[in-house]
Write a protein that binds this ligand. Structure first.
Ligand code: FAD
Length: 407
């Protein structure tokens, strides 16, 4: 059977970054990545695909080209975690043993939780930026939109990139405004929660964008079903008294963001907590029950914003603490919960929301982060993709300092 010193599950943002950093520190370390997919996606670019700013091609690379030199790629999916025997089982029947495991297989986007969605997604005006192909369809719908009703949905938290459900709404509103079609359009933001954003500090600039475009916000609305041919969406609406009612809305276009959970293979494993996420210490990223297991990225139980930005800061912590654990030393690094969400309030303008555990505002730049800025648009469209592909995934060492500032 197969056995490696370090096995990484998932070759996404977290898996590749961790592998590259481990190899940079110790080129001889025996590392394997278990990853079934041929294509690796830069998911933060999908919002821009939906808005017609990036092509889908710009967000995808061959997985093969990203596996760091000297790392063994096991091209299969993990079908079970067996941490009591220090092995993972693969979908092709094999098992892979390890001394240390880094589990970062991402999360499950639960498309099936919305009745009728599967049959109609990508057709009948039903789109989603949470998949590359249907993000392309988002852009087609926006380009061809001549007025009517557009709905944007957001499920319960946590989801990856909490801002993404509304980013595309502002970008569409701005495109319609420029084409003189905004007054002929009704845009509605239907969200399960009762606030525009989880960190109150960043709500005012979003409220300003909502008001400026004339977007109607429907709080406590959870999408339950979509009928594509009939162009109807059904929502469960939670009343303040706890009672739930159902509301049907007509649409010409709907951008859907389904609920998100831990992957089934994680939920079924001893690694998961009750909520279905891999249960790690929020600071050290080491598993609370299995000291030879680390986790980071979307799969982990940490309460940070599930973003690639978070992964960029988590990876050096997980790697340093794993190396220390391998050599029997105390773990030297702690993650502060940093994550970031570039909120595209207009074409060319971004509010860069950066925050850590407890909603602490932790900007990287010394100016008021609530102000929409063109410089942050360049950061999102030029600098961050470069940082991701050419630096982070290569195990790079640029350390951009973010800190708590007094606002
Ligand atoms: P992923 O990158 O999703 O990688 C998980 C990997 O695990 C995948 O390659 C998958 O194939 C593999 N895998 C799955 N199941 C198994 C299995 N059983 N066995 C082995 N491997 C498996 N982040 C930002 O920082 N800024 C943004 O603006 C932003 N916008 C976003 C917009 C959208 C529409 C989306 C969808 C995401 C956005 N994100 C953003 C979030 C960011 O992309 C994720 O947080 C990040 O990719 C998480 O990295 P990860 O490695 O944990 O998961």
């Amino acid at each position: 059977d197969l056995k490696h010193r370090v096995v990484i599950v998932g070759g996404g943002a977290a898996g590749i970054t961790v592998a590259a950093e481990l190899k940079r520190h110790d080129a001889r370390l025996d590392v394997a990545i278990v990853e079934p997919a041929d294509v690796h996606s830069y998911q933060p670019g999908w919002t821009l695909v939906g808005a017609g700013v990036f092509t889908r091609k710009q967000t995808a690379r061959e997985e093969r080209s990203l596996i760091p030199r000297g790392v063994q790629w096991i091209k299969a999916a993990v079908s079970a975690f067996d941490p009591d025997s220090n092995l993972v089982r693969l979908s092709d029947g094999r098992a892979v043993g390890y001394d240390y495991l880094v589990a970062c297989p991402g999360l499950k986007i639960d498309w099936d939780a919305i009745a009728g969605l599967d049959e109609t997604l990508g057709r009948n005006g039903v789109c989603s930026n949470y998949r590359a192909d249907t993000a392309e369809y988002t852009w087609r719908l926006i380009r061809e939109f001549q007025g009517g009703t557009a709905l944007f949905t957001q499920p319960a938290m946590p989801i990856k990139c909490a801002g993404a459900p509304q980013k595309i709404m502002y970008l569409m509103a701005d495109r319609l405004k420029r084409r003189g079609k905004l007054s002929a359009s009704t845009l509605k933001f239907c969200l399960t929660g009762d606030a525009l954003f989880g960190v109150p500090f960043f709500v005012p600039p979003l409220q300003k964008a909502v008001d400026g475009y004339g977007i109607e916000v429907c709080y406590r609305h959870t999408l339950k079903a979509v009928d594509g041919p009939k162009k109807t969406a059904l929502f469960a609406v939670a009343g303040k008294d706890g009672a739930t009612s159902e509301v049907a809305m007509q649409f010409d276009m709907i951008h859907v963001v389904p609920p998100q959970t831990g992957l089934d293979v994680v939920r079924a494993s001893p690694l998961a907590n009750a909520a279905g996420w891999i249960e790690v210490d929020p600071a050290t990223l080491r598993h609370v029950r299995y000291p030879n297991v680390f986790s980071l990225g979307d799969a982990a139980s940490t309460s940070n914003a599930k973003t690639a930005a978070a992964v960029r800061l988590q990876a050096p912590v997980a790697v340093a603490n794993l190396q220390a654990t391998m050599s029997g030393k105390p773990m030297p690094k702690a993650y502060d919960g940093y994550g970031s969400c570039p909120l595209t309030v207009a074409l060319g303008k971004i509010v860069l929301a950066e925050f850590a555990y407890g909603g602490k505002v932790t900007p990287s730049f010394p100016f008021d982060p609530r102000v929409p800025r063109r410089s942050m648009w360049y950061l999102k469209t030029k600098f961050l993709p470069w940082l991701y592909w050419s630096h982070m995934l290569k195990g790079g060492t640029i350390d951009i300092k973010h800190r708590e500032r007094g606002w």
